[in-house]
Design a binder for this molecule. Structure first.
Ligand SMILES: NC(=O)c1ccc[n+]([C@@H]2O[C@H](COP(=O)([O-])OP(=O)(O)OC[C@H]3O[C@@H](n4cnc5c(N)ncnc54)[C@H](OP(=O)(O)O)[C@@H]3O)[C@@H](O)[C@H]2O)c1
Length: 286
């Protein structure tokens, strides 16, 4: 009895002298890549409402403010990330190429570096903002994006794959076309990359941040689009119904067969009809 009383007393003294040791492990530290971006600013605002510590990353130095600690990190340099991710528990990545950079460099190689640095630092969850189309969708907007923007979906798909194979818990969110409108919170989740639609960046940020707090979001890949017919906030209870290993296919960025085969067959048909008509005219004139 005496021994246990002495033990309790020494523990109490220890806590009184070092209260930081108790507090240190309470809050999760969330590291946000792309924090200065158009979705990133909403992610930071959403995180400020939650009981977490925030480390925001940018390639440029920024002043700390309102519980946000800014750190310089460039995803194209693994060394800069290893130091930046020290003590980070959860990563949210909303990076994207800016100023003439490309998706291969930022989305793909950047994600390889993030995953490597995350492993070294014992990060527990990676939440990645990808895009509808990274699961092999063959709709016209995805096809045009691949044609005009350096096979963007191929690089996003390969980045997703790196995260899924990392061994770290992940959540991959694929938004539809991004708009700057205020959040509506009527959000449809789906899987398999078969939907098309729009979504405000503020809504995407809400889904990314909520994924920290929902066990059902772990190791899932899913699309999000705006749907005003759905009840506001209903999506917050939808994570459990998402399935594991449902991500469509790894997009290649190539022009899908049906986009060139049908026009080719039509062209061959037209050439055949023109030749037949000419041959008839020739026969008639002889
Ligand atoms: N447009 C659409 O309709 C659409 C649809 C679905 C998904 N998406 C994807 O959603 C993502 C976010 O889009 P957004 O419009 O919110 O982004 P954004 O405003 O273009 O911001 C991009 C962010 O990426 C960061 N970044 C770029 N290169 C970096 C590097 N080398 N190292 C570290 N950070 C880097 C920038 O940070 P600093 O400059 O501060 O370093 C910036 O904060 C993008 O990947 C985009 O492709 C877009």
């Amino acid at each position: 009895m005496k021994k246990s009383a002495a033990f309790m007393l020494s523990i109490s003294f220890f806590i009184l002298l070092k209260p930081s040791l108790l507090l240190a492990s309470e809050k999760q530290l969330v590291g946000v890549f792309g924090a200065s971006g158009r979705t990133g600013v909403h992610i930071i605002e959403e995180l400020k409402q939650r009981d977490v510590d925030i480390r925001a990353f940018s390639r440029r130095a920024k002043e700390n403010s309102d519980n946000v600690n800014w750190a310089v990190a460039d995803v194209t340099s693994e060394e800069s990330l290893t130091e930046a991710l020290k003590d980070v528990d959860i990563i949210i990545s909303a990076i994207g190429p800016v100023g003439g950079d490309n998706s291969e460099n930022v989305d793909y190689l950047g994600t390889i570096n993030i995953v490597a640095a995350a492993k070294k630092n014992g990060v527990k969850q990676i939440i990645y903002m990808s895009s509808i189309g990274a699961g092999g969708a063959e709709n016209i907007s995805t096809v045009m994006l691949n044609l005009l923007a350096n096979k963007t979906m191929k690089w996003k798909a390969l980045a997703e794959d790196q995260i899924r194979k990392s061994g770290i818990d992940f959540t991959i969110v694929r938004p539809g076309g991004l708009i700057g409108d205020p959040a509506t919170q009527g959000i449809q989740f789906s899987q398999g990359d078969n939907v098309l639609g729009w979504i405000p960046r503020e809504d995407v940020a809400a889904v990314l941040v909520e994924s920290i707090f929902k066990d059902g979001a772990k190791n899932k890949t899913f699309e999000v689009i705006n749907d005003d017919s759905l009840a506001v906030d209903a999506w917050r209870n939808e994570f459990d119904s998402l399935e594991l290993n449902q991500y469509g296919v790894i997009a290649t960025g190539e022009l899908p067969t049906r986009y060139w085969l049908t026009p080719l067959l039509v062209l061959i048909g037209i050439i055949y009809l023109i030749k037949r008509r000419r041959a008839r005219k020739l026969n008639n004139s002889v």
